[in-house]
Design a protein around this ligand. Sequence first.
Ligand SMILES: Nc1ncnc2c1ncn2[C@@H]1O[C@H](COP(=O)(O)OP(=O)(O)OP(=O)(O)O)[C@@H](O)[C@H]1O
Length: 993
Amino acid sequence: MTIVQDDGKPDIFLTMTCNPNWPEICDNLKAGQTAQDRPELVSRVFRSKLEDLKEQLFKKHILGKVKAYVYVIEFQKRGLPHAHFLIIMCSGDKINNPDHYDRVVCAEIPDKQRHLKMHELVVSHMMHGPCGHLRANSPCMQGDPPVCRFRYPRAFNEQTTQGHDAYPLYRRRDTGIEVDVRGKTLNNRWVVPYNPKLLMMFNCHINVEVCSSIKAVKYLFKYVYKGHDKQVIQVDPNDQDVVVNEIKKFQDARYVSPPEAMWRIFSFPLSQISPAVLALQLHLPNQQMVRFSDDDIMTEIVERERDKRTMLTAFFDTNRVNETARQYLYKDFPKHFTWNASTRHWNPRKAKSQRGRVVSANPAEGERYYLRVLLSNVKGPTSFEDLCTVNGVRHTTFRKAALELGLIENDESLSQCLTEASIFQFPVALRRLFATIMIFCEPGDVRKLWDDHYDSLSEDHRLHYQNEERVRNMVLTEIRVFLQSMGKNLNDFDLPELTEDVNLHSRGFREIQEEYGIVVEPEHLAAKDSLNSDQRFVYDEIMGHVNSELPGVFFIDGPGGTGKTFLYKALLAEVRSSGFIALATASSGAAANNMPGGRTAHSRFKIPIKLENNAMCGINKQSGAAEVIRSSKLIIWDEASMAKRQAIEAVDRTLQDITGVNLPFGGKVMVMGGDFRQVLPVIKRGTRAQIVDASIRMSPLWSITRVMRLTINMRALNDPWFSDFLLRVGDGTEESIEGSFIRIPDDMTILSANRENSVKDLIDSIFPSLQANMHSSDYIISRAILSTKNENVDEINDQMIDMFQGEEKIYYSFDEAEDDHNNFYPLDFLNSLNVSGLPPHKLRLKVGCPIILLRNIDPSHGLCNGTRLICKGFQRNVIDAEIAVGQHTGKRVFLPRIPLTLSEDDMFPFKLKRKQFPVRLSFAMTINKAQGQTIPHVGVYLPDSVFSHGQLYVALSRGISRQNTKVLVHLAKDFKRDGVYTSNVVYQEVLQD
Ligand SMILES: Nc1ncnc2c1ncn2[C@@H]1O[C@H](COP(=O)(O)OP(=O)(O)OP(=O)(O)O)[C@@H](O)[C@H]1O
């Protein structure tokens, strides 16, 4: 599954068409013959060119290192042979942004004077059409009115951008270059995208496109569907130089159904495809397949077959007598045993391993399906009965056993979740859980859940009040608050009516009440007296504006650790303690959680997800959301450097509209803060220029913003050398070699002679004496290892949970491909997907281990994407956890399983729905998730270099000292220098004034 872990996306789609004028063809034609008269010659030459092309692509890595590919060759009955390739690159060479697209693909006609040969090749092979009004009868013109089905002529385009469908919109500048093709004048709008090197080498039509979505796979497999001639699959995960001549090893692909083939692309490394996959029999007890002829007698058949072993029963038998066999799943058996069909025995394997696949079963088949589910998860069963026995209890059906093991979903799971949570006896947390279930878990019958669990939901109130109605109203009122903070109303659900508002303070707008309800911590109020000189200056300036009701737009520019959050807390406490409203917002939930009453800017201002030009936020002028803004004396927006300027501009326009004041942000005192050295706004597959352009610094608002700097690093106060080093890394001024490689000080590095040992060394240095400290939340939460990619993070988390003592709880997700009525995507395939942003299928936890939340469950109560928690207890359908960071530290919460789907639906050609607890382990986490957090003992694990602006700086600046920050870099083998170097990406253009 390495490919999907990368990001699951194929990178390049390439089509090569035979050139009938290749000398290898022309020179072998007899007088008067054309290529069409010699199909066998054409086919031979084309295949040999194809071998050359593969050599270039997969051995010489001309477009980057290739991890896997699949191709289809079409020998059309008429027309020229051609081949389509779908190529997946190795993780370091993934084609992820338009700058990279431009290095691989060109869609312009080269200048004739400067690149004559290239110019001629493009004109001969890469110009589409003409079609449209230039040639209405071109075969590509279809529909009514007819349009070119390849959408030529394309629009001119100054720079490459990401299109909405599978392909990017390549750069096609209006250069004025025009060429004559088939009697018409064409320009860059007609160029079929190509790769210059390949075009030069192969002198034929060779279309190269970057696939930015999996939808391209569907396109490719259309050809397999059509039953065309051949297709070959190769996946090479270990980059072994396996010499395989697929042309010789054609496989008739007509019988491979497309999803199955896609599944193979995603599932199997080459070594596992090449030997045929052994289909493992699957049958219920005494229901194996039996062969007989028409004249066989029934009783004899039964007698003959009764004791005949099948692969499955022989698997049980082997497990009974062979202890080593018991460590394998049925599907993995062929890797270690060979099946002897005549003796009907599994014998220990001596030769190369083989891959097995249990014959598929559809959920509609009932028990056979559940048998398969059990076999896919339970190791070493010795009989059908043994498979049905869970924790010593023998179940009567496979379904019940699978249910008991948590492998399939219980229809009653939501009700059980509440029952299990009620055991912990935290009625407030239970009410929050009830609201969470209503919002996220799609319960079928809310009223029944309410009725069944009312006693536990109301337990605490019933102790104090006798009046039934009042108690019910109190419970409902509280649930309403949770619902409202998540943007929903009580009336949206089938619940009893609230007959009296028990909350006497809730007159007026809820948003206003909430703000007035924020408790000012004495510690924050006192913070103004311990501000350093920089902080004091900024504080006085801002409070001067607040007190004199003067408008003002500020930006507090401070490197990580210079006390921005500390200062915000002091400002918020001061304004609030005087009885005024101060709104605390931040770009990320994690940063919002660091401030009392903090909300994400998106939820506070209702910023639209799609930010068109001149967008406005979705706040109604008469609403509480508008009123609370109008009433506020101060607005803070932390991490504004991470927000898109279009979002900030939308807030500016909206505030002017709401307040009716024609001044920036409606004349409010707006305090933004952040650090441009840290991660910038996320633009999916954006170019460097697009990312930079999205920064607030590029906004017209920047010119009226007063920038104030904090320079004293309070986090690393005791280690001035370290804070200077961090600044040099962030500013990109640390001395570098080979462009961007900087040296990590020797005492901060972990030596990486051997990958496995060095990872262990890193873990030991960040989590020393783990066994003795495992149950100290402070110890656990003050440490983390950061890395760039999920796969590296998973590697560490897997090791750490093994090291953690205590009973392991495994939660399996329930996965489905939505609307997959034909069961095209087998469950094992869905389960095997490990996708960033979704929890794993197999979630392994232990009491005391740290986890990180992957969704905004209830941001105003501290449960947002990125919140770190500590596991306190497990039930089958609920996790009991404690918030471990931010304002809500110590709060107990119950987490239910919730259905999660991928926000990017172009990741797979189907919609994956995974029902799982929305958490991952967080001994290790990605650098982006750690932004804004102080992690006193921080490890930075860099098996690959960082790839975006500010990542290395964010990782290092989570720490507080050189001594407690450790970096592990896996250096390239050919890197021959003293010391450890790693790449540091800094976009200078966002740092310079
Ligand atoms: N004036 C101060 N007195 C004492 N401690 C301070 C002061 N200012 C900041 N600190 C402490 O320094 C550490 C870093 O401060 P803070 O988290 O506010 O920095 P930041 O600029 O918000 O960092 P980042 O950008 O990385 O989130 C915190 O532990 C904070 O409590």
